[in-house]
Design a binder for this molecule. Structure first.
Ligand code: SF4
Ligand code: SF4
Length: 123
């Protein structure tokens, strides 16, 4: 009886869709709302540092003098706290994960220089 049961199960499995993905041959499709990694739009960032102060893992560093926004990717837990508190809404939590690495990945972005005052007044 057991053999019949197993045989039936094997035959059934032959015609079913596989339960697993053929990763990495077929790349994983993440859900739209998956919290993968933080992205910043530096043109909109005012370097206020609120995101860095609210980050529970101290993953963000904002250097006003150097005009840089830096994130330690392996320290970020994708909680989205920085995204919620940013007054300029220039942070987003994208749905792709940071690729695994043996190094502690640190990404730093520089804010573009402000346009000269006269040009800014015309815009
Ligand atoms: S909270 Fe937003 S505007 Fe302020 S430093 Fe962070 S990313 Fe820039
Ligand atoms: S998502 Fe959370 S842990 Fe990651 S940088 Fe933002 S506040 Fe910090």
């Amino acid at each position: 009886m057991a053999i019949l049961k197993i045989g039936k199960m094997i035959m059934g499995s032959l015609f079913k869709k596989p339960a697993t993905l053929m990763y990495p041959v077929i790349p994983r499709q993440w859900q739209e709302k998956t919290r993968g990694h933080i992205e910043v739009v530096m043109a909109d960032c005012i370097l206020c540092g609120i995101c860095a102060r609210k980050c529970p893992t101290d993953a963000i560093t904002v250097a006003k003098d150097a005009r840089t926004w830096t994130i330690q990717r392996m320290q970020c837990v994708q909680c989205s706290c920085c995204v919620e508190v940013c007054p300029k809404k220039c942070l987003t939590n994208k749905n792709e994960y940071t690729a695994p690495d043996t190094r502690k990945i640190v990404d730093s972005y520089e804010k573009p220089a402000d346009p000269p005052a006269a040009e800014a007044g015309r815009a």
